[in-house]
Design a protein around this ligand. Structure first.
Ligand code: FAD
Length: 302
């Protein structure tokens, strides 16, 4: 069996695996798509000590670093079930079962898509999901935020300090964000909030040049000219496959303590799939290191 089996090969999983292997213990990584969300990122400017890089480039160095160690890297393999017997038993979609004394879950998350024409086409060309990552690219420009929940209104407040103007489009008749956030957003001169707005299309040529929506009250269609659209309708953790195996919160995020430990002894988690706040590469790597050291502490005591 493995000593540490990592499920997920994004920055959290890669970091967890390297920290484990450096203890000289038997380490494996199962990853459906090595690199995770980083593979989909064009430009990264907040990975501290690397002023500017690109997703696929960072993924290549992650893989090189993992391969410097004696780590069993199982790419293009999807985990479908986890059980704790004497050992943890991780079942893969191909039917194989891997056994390990401890497991680190780092399956990440995915942004919920709005699913309108133009969204796929203009990803990385004006359609964005992460204001911390891509906000500065829209300095001095006009942008829209789709979604009036906490993340949407936080994004609008954040972006208002960088861009020229922010239009928030909320489908429902009311915003779902906390009252304090709504008050703050309403107080900003360069934020316009439109409720009852059903986004119908993101328009553009090479890059985004506007957004169309239907006012659900009047049923009239409107078009706003702008250069960027931030979709903020939810980040979904990739944890559905775990069922009741491990405690998750109401968002489906795995609940971890400050050591990355879950409610199941020997089972740890890190990165965007957990209830850690703030989803960023540098944070995912740090939490992967934490979970791995947590797992090592567990192994030397059991
Ligand atoms: P992920 O990167 O999501 O990796 C999850 C891993 O688990 C993948 O290998 C996946 O294939 C695997 N997996 C999932 N389910 C299973 C399963 N059942 N079995 C096996 N494997 C599974 N952050 C920044 O700091 N700076 C940026 O500039 C930045 N830009 C971004 C741009 C975009 C478009 C996106 C989408 C995100 C961006 N982020 C950025 C956020 C950052 O990418 C994430 O916070 C980070 O990748 C999270 O790392 P993770 O390892 O927790 O999860």
């Amino acid at each position: 069996p493995y000593d540490v089996l990592v499920v997920g090969g994004g920055p959290a999983g890669a970091s967890a695996a390297i920290y484990a292997a450096r203890k000289g213990i038997r380490t494996g990584v199962v990853a459906e798509r090595f690199g995770g969300q980083v593979e989909d990122t064009l430009s990264i400017e907040n990975f501290i000590s690397v002023p500017k890089t690109e997703g696929p480039k960072l993924v290549a160095s992650l893989e090189e670093h993992v391969k410097d160690y004696n780590i069993d890297l199982m790419k293009s393999q999807r985990a479908s079930n986890l059980e704790k017997k004497d050992l943890f038993e991780l079942e893969l979609e191909n039917g194989a079962v891997l056994k390990s004394k401890s497991v680190i879950l780092s399956t990440g998350a995915r942004w919920r898509n709005i699913g309108v024409p133009g969204e796929e086409e203009f990803k990385n060309a004006g359609v964005a999901y992460c204001p911390h990552c891509d906000g500065p690219l829209f300095e001095g420009k006009d942008v829209a935020v789709i979604g009036g929940g906490n993340s949407g209104i936080e994004a609008a407040i954040d972006l208002a300090g960088i861009v020229k103007h922010v239009t928030v489009l909320e489908f429902a008749p009311e915003l779902k964000a906390d009252e304090v956030l709504q008050e703050r957003a309403n107080s900003l001169p360069n934020v316009t909030i439109i409720k009852n707005a059903q986004t119908t299309e993101i328009t553009g040529t090479d890059n985004v040049n506007g957004i169309s929506y239907i006012d659900r009250e009047t049923e009239k269609e409107h078009h706003v000219e702008l250069q960027g659209v931030f979709v903020q309708i939810g980040l979904v953790p990739n944890t559905e496959w775990l069922g009741e195996t491990v405690e998750r919160n109401r968002f489906g995020e795995i609940v971890v303590d400050s050591h990355g430990a879950t409610n199941v002894p020997g089972l740890f988690a890190a990165g965007d799939c957990t209830n850690n706040p703030y989803n960023q590469i540098i944070i995912a790597m740090g939490s992967g290191a934490t979970a791995s050291l947590g797992a090592f502490d567990y192994l030397i005591r059991n």
